[in-house]
Ligand binder design. Structure first.
Ligand code: GDP
Ligand code: GDP
Length: 436
């Protein structure tokens, strides 16, 4: 189900990141030992009471080389396009500035609910400063202190109150939700069109106010699919084209609702730095992943080309060693038939459960094959393992001391589990827990 999206906009230094970090808190996942994965803290899950939502820090989208007014205008446009409710943050110690008024003008025209947070009101005596903010025309301004965590509750109560009614309909368990991500011009729209061409297509306009989120249903190979946010791939004008981070934001939103993510590469231009970053987001989100090398028609192929390209991909995307690589051409439809079976397999593996007894047989065989490591004379003892979750499959391994579970041994166990159960297309997670 789609979660509501809240965007925080405001001038530099009003406290957007402070508020963002406070609301997101510990929930930002920190993935250790994943080389090549970076995280821009611009989009994250947050919760208030029983409401879970996604939060965008528009200030995290770096446009510092633009003049302030242009930055502010772009921030406001992103917030309007991407969110259901907007928190407009001001500095309670500086009053309303020209840049604030500029933002207010744009937000006012948008018809999105806007809640005013007047930040840096660190003590009750300062509350009298907030009245001037009524003049912005967005109703009651909420005095808050991001630094001290004051007033946020009242602000959030109002924000949550504006969330659109989401349909209670649980996502259909048998339907596979997937999205396509990749830098501009890799062929995302072309691939969707190619998939839809001769298939039964229902384009459904989802409820909710994020007007560009449109899901496309696809029935193929006896399977129901939903392609997420294909309309989000439509060109949305200059702002979106200009800034890489906006496409990242869109990608993050699509990834979040997906079972499987297709990471598109362009065979014609080869692998670029931006591809790695985009792929890193999908990996980190724990979704099923397929690497799609598009525009395969542009490559003069012989018996070695595919293998050579595959080697390049494997070298550049080492953390995605579980993702199958599909070569195709959206344009000529060459090898298009290989795509949906790969999506199905990845999705099945992403939600696969393995029996505990078989899992433990595999673990015990692994231990016999490769003795556990020691640290300062103490040897790792593995007692047993159990699968605790799916999407992605996650395992807890009970050990005498989790500190002894070295990265390389965890990796070894992961590979043994993969060999035994076949988790092609999905990351798996292994946690070490202490048990005497
Ligand atoms: P951003 O540029 O809007 O993301 O602003 P930041 O979150 O980076 O904050 C800018 C500065 O304001 C930092 O030095 C923060 O410590 C400070 N700040 C943020 N919130 C508060 C607050 O509630 N009270 C006070 N006194 N300072 C704050
Ligand atoms: P998007 O920005 O990722 O959605 O990319 P588009 O689908 O708009 O495609 C960008 C350009 O690449 C267009 O000119 C397409 O015609 C072209 N293109 C897309 N797929 C293929 C392909 O398989 N082969 C070739 N030769 N060109 C392609």
């Amino acid at each position: 189900m789609r979660k509501s999206v809240v965007a925080v906009v405001g001038r530099p230094n009003v406290g957007k990141s402070t508020i963002f970090n406070r609301l997101v808190g510990e929930r930002i996942s920190i993935v250790e030992d994943t080389p090549g994965v970076t995280r821009d803290r611009i989009y994250a899950e947050a919760e208030w009471l029983t409401a879970e939502f996604n939060l965008i820090d528009t200030g995290g989208i770096d446009m510092s080389d633009e003049p302030l007014l242009v930055q502010m205008r772009q921030q406001a446009e992103v917030a309007i396009a991407e969110s259901d409710v907007i928190i407009f943050l001001l500095n309670g110690r500086e009053g309303i500035t020209a840049a604030d008024e500029e933002v207010a003008k744009i937000l006012y025209k948008s018809n999105k609910p806007v809640v005013i947070g007047v930040n840096k009101i660190d003590n009750p005596e300062m509350r009298e400063h907030i009245y001037e903010y009524y003049a912005l025309g967005f109703g009651e301004p909420y005095p808050i202190s991001g630094a001290h965590g004051l007033g946020l509750g009242d602000l959030l109560d109002t924000v949550v109150g504006y969330f659109p009614e989401m349909s209670d309909e649980a996502p259909d368990e048998d339907t596979i939700y997937f999205s396509l991500i990749g830098r501009p011009n890799v062929g995302k729209s072309s691939l969707v069109n190619s998939l839809l061409n001769e298939e039964r297509v229902i384009v459904s306009e989802q409820e909710g106010t994020t007007r560009d989120a449109i899901d496309t249903h696809l029935h193929k190979d006896d399977q129901e699919f939903v392609i997420i946010d294909t309309a989000g791939m439509r060109k949305r004008g200059k702002v979106y084209e200009a800034t890489e981070k906006y496409s990242v934001l869109r990608a993050l939103k699509a990834i979040e609702r997906s079972d499987v993510v297709l990471v598109l590469l362009d065979a014609e231009t080869g692998i670029r730095e931006q591809d790695k970053k985009i792929a890193g987001y999908a990996h980190e989100a724990g979704r099923g992943i397929i690497i799609v090398v598009n525009k395969w028609d542009t490559v003069e192929t012989n018996e070695k080309t595919m293998k050579e390209f595959e080697d390049k991909v494997r070298k550049q995307f080492q953390y995605l060693d579980y993702a199958p690589i599909v070569f195709l051409s959206a344009k000529t439809k060459k090898r298009m038939h290989t795509l949906t079976p790969a999506i199905k397999t990845a999705s099945e593996n992403h939600s696969k459960r393995v029996p505990t007894n078989v899992l433990n047989d595999v673990i015990m065989d692994a231990l016999a094959m490769n003795p556990t490591p020691t640290l300062k004379g103490k040897r790792l003892k593995v007692l047993y393992a159990t699968q605790v979750a799916v999407k992605p499959p996650s395992f807890v391994v009970f050990v005498n001391d989790p500190d002894l579970m070295h990265f390389s041994y965890r990796r070894f166990l992961e590979n043994r589990i993969r060999d035994a159960f076949g988790f092609t297309g999905t990351p798996i997670k292994i946690f070490a827990r202490k048990r005497q």
